[in-house]
Design a protein around this ligand. Structure first.
Ligand code: ZN
Ligand code: ZN
Length: 124
């Protein structure tokens, strides 16, 4: 006896038929994207030091400030897409940012419901 009619998995681009009524195939259980499981592993140690030095050499100024016409020295290596939201910890996802902009961004992310470990987040 079928429990429920087969339906495609809700995961974008998956389409595997699911018959247990959860709407999710075994590969994509509902909580698979929870921050703890999905959070990108951070670069640390010497490699992080090198990446940060390289970033500030290329982009010494705070990028959000620059966009608004202000010239502010960046002090923090930030991630455009937060690691907690699956952003990569590499140069494609990094930006230079100043303290006040960082605080603003962090508040916005918190408002979106992003959970993060504050102590881990601040590189500098
Ligand atoms: Zn699936
Ligand atoms: Zn700024």
């Amino acid at each position: 006896m079928p429990i429920a009619a087969p339906r495609p998995c809700n995961h974008p681009g998956c389409g595997v038929l699911v018959r247990d009524g959860t709407g999710r195939c075994p590969k994509h259980p509902k909580k698979s994207w929870a921050p703890a499981a999905k959070e990108t592993k951070r670069v640390t140690g010497r490699r992080l030091q090198a990446m940060r030095a390289d970033l500030f050499k290329r982009r010494p100024l705070c990028e959000p400030c620059e966009e608004e016409g202000r010239v502010t020295l960046a002090t923090i290596r930030d991630h455009r897409i937060p690691l907690a939201e699956g952003g990569a910890d590499d140069p494609s996802n990094e930006q230079s940012i100043c303290g006040p902009c960082h605080d603003k961004k962090t508040k916005a992310e918190t408002a979106r419901g992003v959970r993060r470990a504050w102590g881990n987040y601040r590189d500098g």
